[in-house]
Ligand binder design. Sequence first.
Ligand code: ZN
Length: 156
Amino acid sequence: MASRKIEDLHPESRKKFTEFLKKAKSEGIDVLVYCTYRSEEEQQVLYMQGRLEKFGITLEELNEKRKKLGLWTLSPSEAKRVVTNAKPWQSAHQYSVAVDLVPLQGGKPAWNATETYRKLGEIAKKLELEWAGEWKRFREMPHFQDSATWKKMRGR
Ligand SMILES: [Zn+2]
């Protein structure tokens, strides 16, 4: 399973996200971070979801791979849903410069808290973090990434 630890982020991203979480908290927003670093293998398995035919594998085979990574068993309908367009090493999570999180309301994950996500997006922007809730292609509300540090790592 992917890491949930802020400590597993790239040192520069760690600084930014620590500040980000502090700011969110000071504005009364509680969040649950559920992914920071994600391995190449796990990215591949997530990428296969919704693309079983393309990869020529059965749901049972996919679930076997998921089990090895500590991921839950997908139902046939879940297995049809594409959850990422990023192949291994195309996701900022493999470079430890991204965080997936969900706001907590009354201690429970609020996946559809659009207004709260928007506020988090504003906080992110001020810290030079990018919020995928604003992306044109494959909008992903829980995903925040440190594109500046990622670019530096790639030498651009
Ligand atoms: Zn993400």
